[in-house]
Design a binder for this molecule. Sequence first.
Ligand SMILES: Cc1cc2nc3c(=O)[nH]c(=O)nc-3n(C[C@H](O)[C@H](O)[C@H](O)COP(=O)(O)OP(=O)(O)OC[C@H]3O[C@@H](n4cnc5c(N)ncnc54)[C@H](O)[C@@H]3O)c2cc1C
Length: 434
Amino acid sequence: MAQPSDILVIGAGAAGLFAATWAGRTAAAAGRSLSITALDSARKLGAKVLVAGGGRCNVTHERVAEADYAGSTPPAIRKVLRRFSAADTVAFFEAAGVALKTEETGKLFPVSDSARTVLDALLREAVGAGTRIVHPARVTAIEQTAEGFHVTTEAGPFTARRVILASGGQSLPKSGSDGSGFRLAASLGHTLSSPIVPALVPLALPAGHWITGLAGLTLPTEVTLRSGTGKRLFATTGSTLCTHVGLSGPAILDVSRHWLVGRVADPHLTLNLNWLPGECLESLDRLLVAGQRRGAVATLRERLTDRLARTLCEQAAAAPAGDLARDARRRLAALATATPLSITGDRGFTVAEATAGGVPLAEIRLDTMESRVCPGLFLAGEVLDVDGRIGGFNFQWAWASGFVAGSAATRAAAQPATGRAADGDAAASMASTS
Ligand SMILES: Cc1cc2nc3c(=O)[nH]c(=O)nc-3n(C[C@H](O)[C@H](O)[C@H](O)COP(=O)(O)OP(=O)(O)OC[C@H]3O[C@@H](n4cnc5c(N)ncnc54)[C@H](O)[C@@H]3O)c2cc1C
């Protein structure tokens, strides 16, 4: 016998718990009582929240804009983000007993420096708003019926008038986000963007590449992605970590999805790394000329480690000390400011922090997050084709889209299954006063 609910949330991660909370709060504000059930395949809830930000959970960023994201179009992403701002996130967690602090980088973390406090607050708020959380209950199929939806799970069948799909992407599959949500969305008529690839993922270099010999080195760099024709597609400045298999660190993680998506259409993409951000071939050449008497390593060592300075000289076949011939000097300047990275691949979804690709926002009504192809279905979080850069942007997307979906699904639950959700003005004003 199927268990009935007014609203079923598939996935009790960041977006699902937030959507369930706002569904319950919106119903309560309207003086209505709705049954809200969140289903999750995981035995232990909230694995991703707990590992986020190295166990501290980078909840949001002080400045959030559509430019911090990729995937669907910037205007579509902006439309959702503006419904629930970083300030709304701070207010939500503050009211839930989790004070946040802003670090120098602009990232916001709980004052406790513990992701556990964030997860506990999310669970407390969802349950407090009337959500019943059922887990482990992996959803294996979903069908639209005359009354709403029939959902098959490994814990038995469920029915609901409205469904919020917040099943995440494919990164860290052992957390429960194994990409099955994409198949559920597709089974209800949605398309998926192509390709779906890891985002915020370390990149691999050929075995034995000289950069892998620098494993453990972390330093500020500038990374530039260009098309085969030389057009600059993406550039970022940030920390890079050399690893025994390639490269990691924020700058590499941020560029990874652009490289992985871009190379599908353009196999001649190039990725270059400038070990001396702010310098170019000509400016470094001038510095090397000025430091000619001290030698190349001594000049480079002013900003780089001795090991890296010597490795660059070796790779450019440039003498580390003494006079450098013009050709060797310019080879060294070119290598230090634009090392070509012969990326062989990525470290995969098991290591990635996010997923690039998913259900395109073009298939979603952005004022409600209701599906345009399957009325009564709402979507939130990483299952959508939106991924943010390092810095708390992925959670902010989960909060904003979860807020819109949860509050709109509640209003829609009062309407027939084929009806459209009303716009979100009432919920928006609730968020800004919460
Ligand atoms: C190591 C790591 C560190 C990160 N650090 C940060 C950070 O500091 N800041 C930041 O902004 N972002 C960070 N992220 C990204 C962030 O965690 C995600 O973008 C965010 O959790 C997405 O929220 P979501 O609710 O859409 O998906 P998820 O958090 O993945 O939740 C989806 C839920 O759905 C459940 N589910 C999936 N399929 C089914 C199914 N078929 N049936 C039932 N349940 C299902 C899963 O078990 C899961 O609980 C990090 C990610 C990783 C992997």
